[in-house]
Design a protein around this ligand. Structure first.
Ligand code: ARG
Length: 456
């Protein structure tokens, strides 16, 4: 492609070192779509005739069909997806093919291809996140009565509905969808016409190209357009954070599936056995997902690090953006899909969760609240109940098994009505403020998400 200026061929090592076709070939459909739009713009300015444009378009569609049919021979010596397709086009249709690259550089070409790719993938990632949200909602609905302890510091805190716990992840995932949608909105700008960095003296109708490729806007600075990878970084951040959310859910699932918790069952289809210990049933899907979140964070760091030292405008370093980008997209899509399936097969061992949530200590806050409602300042109430907790532990009798005179040793005003708060059902129903886990609130939120997700 640059043979005019050079008298020596590229060293084989350099060729192998610099080639990107082994991974950027996956952009072929976007590259061809962009080239067809480019050829139409060339027709509008009279650089190619209608006949030539037709040859280019047919030629490119023929190449696309061959790639998809496994009949295309990719050549490392042609470096990247762009040169592979263009040189094959020229081989097939001659001079018309050699006109295609007029007023275009691989710098704006790759900027376009990656944006088209990110746009498509963003849509798929959002759909997969929503599918996982649906799986979580369904699991919550199947187990709507189940109560579990809510934890802080992995110490039992207060009782909550299992559904409320799952709904926390539905909220997180909704923000992930918003972040991906937001990144998509900002990347949806058409860079073609920026050339290598300073546009071209051949003026193509950029707005026309944008319409051809479904972009609502065109980039406004040619230097920015060829060197901007913000959009990829934003997408990788949204994906990394989604991965972190999946990793946290993984951790919950791994704990819940252990004998120590015993809160859930996972289906045989989504667990693995041990080659040595016959009794084992391992939550590998969750463990792998927790592990893969490291890659997602790493890919984001790789991209940010590669960008930070770059002078304007395009630098070849930027070729290194693709593998982390592709890897993150592939990884999050696979994780979301397998997670949705696993959640569909997840069951709750309600007797185990009820026993754990029945730990009387979980109602200590409710006792303190009872005192507050009877005029005791909260700090003092906290101390009174703290002493009652120590007494109950020493006596090895739960709050409900202590007698009223025993209660009165800690605060004189206790009466029989204190025993009414010592039921998990009462405690849950009393948590009725918006956002809190009363059964009525949880049911309303489940219904809300059902509505939102059925429209999505
Ligand atoms: N393979 C290159 C990349 O991904 C395409 C752009 C190459 N441009 C250049 N001037 N060498 O960045």
């Amino acid at each position: 492609m640059w043979k005019g200026r050079f008298s020596q061929p590229t060293s084989e090592l350099v060729q192998r070192y610099g080639e990107s076709v082994s991974f950027d070939r996956r952009l072929y459909a976007h590259d061809i779509r962009g080239s067809i739009a480019q050829s139409k713009a060339l027709l509008k300015t009279g650089i190619v005739t209608a006949e030539e444009q037709d040859m280019i378009e047919r030629g490119l569609l023929g190449i696309k069909a061959d790639i998809e049919g496994g009949r295309f021979e990719w050549k490392e010596s042609l470096e990247d997806v762009h040169m592979n397709i263009e040189s094959e086009l020229t081989k097939r249709i001659g001079a018309a093919g050699a006109k295609l690259h007029t007023a275009r550089s691989r710098n704006d070409q790759i900027a376009l291809d990656v944006r088209l790719y990110c746009r498509d993938e963003a849509d798929q990632v959002m759909a997969l996140i929503q599918a996982l949200q649906r799986a979580l909602i369904e699991c919550a609905e199947r187990n709507q009565q189940a109560v579990i302890p809510g934890y802080t510091h992995l110490q039992r805190g207060q009782p909550v509905l299992f559904a409320h716990h799952l709904l926390a992840y539905v909220e997180m995932l909704a923000r992930d969808v918003q972040r991906v949608a937001d990144a998509r909105r900002r990347l949806n700008v058409m860079p073609l016409g920026s050339g290598a960095l300073a546009g071209s003296t051949i003026l193509l109708d950029r707005e026309f190209i944008a319409r051809e490729l479904d972009f609502p806007a065109i980039t406004q600075n040619s230097m920015d357009a060829v060197s901007d990878r913000d959009f990829a970084a934003e997408l990788l951040f949204a994906i990394a954070l989604c991965g972190v959310h999946l990793s946290r859910l993984s951790e919950d699932i791994i704990l819940w599936a252990s004998a120590e918790f015993g809160f859930i069952t996972l289906s045989d289809a989504h667990t693995t056995g041990s080659s040595l210990m016959p009794q084992k049933k391992n939550p590998d899907v969750a463990e792998l997902t927790r592990g893969k979140s490291g890659r997602l964070v790493g890919n984001l760091m790789a991209l940010l690090t590669l960008l930070k030292g770059l002078p304007m405008t395009y630098n070849r370093d930027m070729q290194e953006d693709k593998e982390p980008l592709f890897d993150s997209i592939d990884t999050i899509k696979a994780a979301l899909a397998v997670f949705a399936e696993m959640i569909c097969g997840m069951g709750v061992r309600a007797e185990r969760t009820a026993a754990a949530a029945g730990d009387p200590m979980l109602l200590a806050t409710d006792l303190a609240d009872w005192l507050v409602k009877h005029g005791v300042p909260f700090r003092q109430a906290h101390e009174v109940i703290g002493k009652l907790v120590a007494f109950s532990l020493a006596e090895k009798r739960g709050f409900a098994e202590l007698t009223l005179p025993e209660y009165r040793q800690f605060w004189e005003g206790f009466d029989e009505s204190v025993f009414s708060v010592l039921k998990v059902e009462t405690a849950l129903a009393a948590r009725a403020n918006p956002g809190a886990p009363s059964p009525a609130n949880v049911a309303a939120r489940l219904q809300y998400w059902r509505g939102v997700l059925s429209e999505a």
